[in-house]
Design a protein around this ligand. Structure first.
Ligand SMILES: Cc1ncc(COP(=O)(O)O)c(C=O)c1O
Length: 411
């Protein structure tokens, strides 16, 4: 007899997302990108370039597929890449590191964040994060069963963001705190943490025996100019006492406009690296071998590449910033990264829109431009309701088209 014809009632399977991930739903980036596509809106939401990375890196990847084995790379990464990462580190941080025991190649910075948190933070331990924050941090804490202590980056009337040192010191002194997670240059504010701010953070880490996790994916995108005369990327790991308590995270995606490659890395002392690798071996074990060969070629690039890259992004920032200012958005020009975080109050009042979500929906549906509503980057969403995040990592043509559409908003 056909087993399907028994007429037995079939139990409905219980299918649901695990409790620890329930609160997160789908990331805002996927949601906005989907909406933008459906509405044919120009996507200034998700932070990815709409232009390609350099040909010499793509050619190196194509060649690697044919010239080298396409099998698993070692857990820590291909030696040719870990050496290239260690070489760059020696040049930038002026300290040598051992590529074999201090560098771990991961699937983008996203996996480096996850492996660091899962590998070094115990359930119930607390991690301090500056808010607003990149959304994967909170989800990774939830995966690790760790707790968040959010310390705000307060917005000054001029649009700059800064933390209150007393608030940070109070957070660092709480029982059960294990780490401070820092992102500089910062997404979404564009803040580049100053030497003094990093000194404060380093001192707190040493005084309270905390580790630091620094996400530096925008390290090459720093715009020192009359708007930000002091801007300079400084690595927290280079501060006194920090080399043995810092995990520095980075990736190829932003620096080489290859966000789809997902080649990232974590740099730390051997003891912290052991923790990162303990998680990495079970998350991905190793990442795309040919792309690791090409990443090594990319990192061998002459320093002038980075200068040109920052010049290009600065021009894109200014193109969009000039237009947004003339429309009534209020912000300080970002010193680093891909984004302008602007106060939309003057514009949204004119349009009768309540908050960042309403503004974001309006811009997609009626103006044809997608942005990100920053309240999702806060534990206290009310702090982000008057803001909107615009990505300027787009071609001049894309930015001009978006500016033209934004200009049609009724004044
Ligand atoms: C602050 C920050 N960290 C990490 C990432 C993710 O990096 P990757 O694409 O290398 O995984 C992003 C991407 O937008 C980011 O903005």
């Amino acid at each position: 007899m056909d087993p399907d014809s028994t007429q037995q009632p079939i139990a409905t399977p219980v299918v649901r997302t695990a409790d620890r991930l329930q609160p997160f739903g789908t990331t805002v980036f996927a949601k906005i990108s989907r909406k933008a596509l459906a509405a044919q809106a120009i996507n200034l939401g998700q932070g990815f370039p709409d232009f390609e990375g350099p040909d010499f890196v793509k050619e190196a990847a194509a060649k690697a597929i044919f010239d080298h084995p396409n099998q698993y790379a070692p857990l820590g990464g291909l030696p040719v890449l870990t050496k290239a990462i260690a070489d760059r580190w020696r040049e930038d941080a002026k300290t040598p590191i051992d590529h074999a025991t201090q560098v771990t190649v991961t699937a983008g910075c996203t996996e480096a964040i996850a492996a660091t948190i899962l590998g070094l933070i115990n359930p119930g331990e607390k991690v301090i994060i500056f808010e607003p924050f990149y959304d994967s941090y909170l989800a990774c804490l939830a995966l690790a069963g760790a707790e968040l202590i959010a310390v705000s980056l307060h917005r000054s009337p001029g649009g700059d963001f800064a933390f209150d040192p007393d608030e940070l010191a109070h957070a660092a002194a709480q029982p059960g705190v294990r780490a401070i997670l820092l992102n500089t240059p910062h997404n979404p504010t564009g803040k580049v943490f100053s030497r003094d701010e990093l000194h404060t953070i380093a001192t707190l880490c040493c005084d309270n025996d905390l580790i630091a996790i620094t996400d530096e994916v925008y390290d090459r995108l720093v715009y020192r100019d009359p708007f930000n005369p002091q801007a300079k990327h400084v690595r927290l790991a280079t501060y006194n006492g920090m080399a043995d308590r810092t995990v520095t995270l980075n990736s190829l995606g932003k620096t080489f406009s290859l966000t789809g490659w997902k080649i990232g890395w974590a740099i730390a002392c051997p003891e912290l690296t052991a923790g990162v690798r303990a998680a990495h071996q079970f998350l991905t074990f190793a990442v795309a071998t040919p792309l690791q060969h090409a990443a090594a070629v990319a990192l061998g690039v002459d320093d002038s590449y980075y200068g040109q890259l920052a010049d290009t992004f600065r021009a894109q920032r200014d193109l969009l910033a000039d237009a947004l200012e003339s429309l009534g958005f209020a912000f300080a020009r970002p010193a680093g990264g891909y984004f302008i975080l602007a106060d939309h109050t003057a514009v949204s009042h004119r349009l009768g829109l309540a908050d960042d979500m309403a503004m974001c929906d309006y811009l997609i549906d009626h103006v044809g431009v997608a942005t990100i509503p920053p309240s999702v980057f806060y534990t206290r969403p009310e702090l982000g309701r008057s803001l909107l995040r615009f990505a300027f990592c787009k071609t001049e043509a894309t930015l001009h088209a978006a500016i033209e559409r934004l200009g049609r908003m009724k004044k």
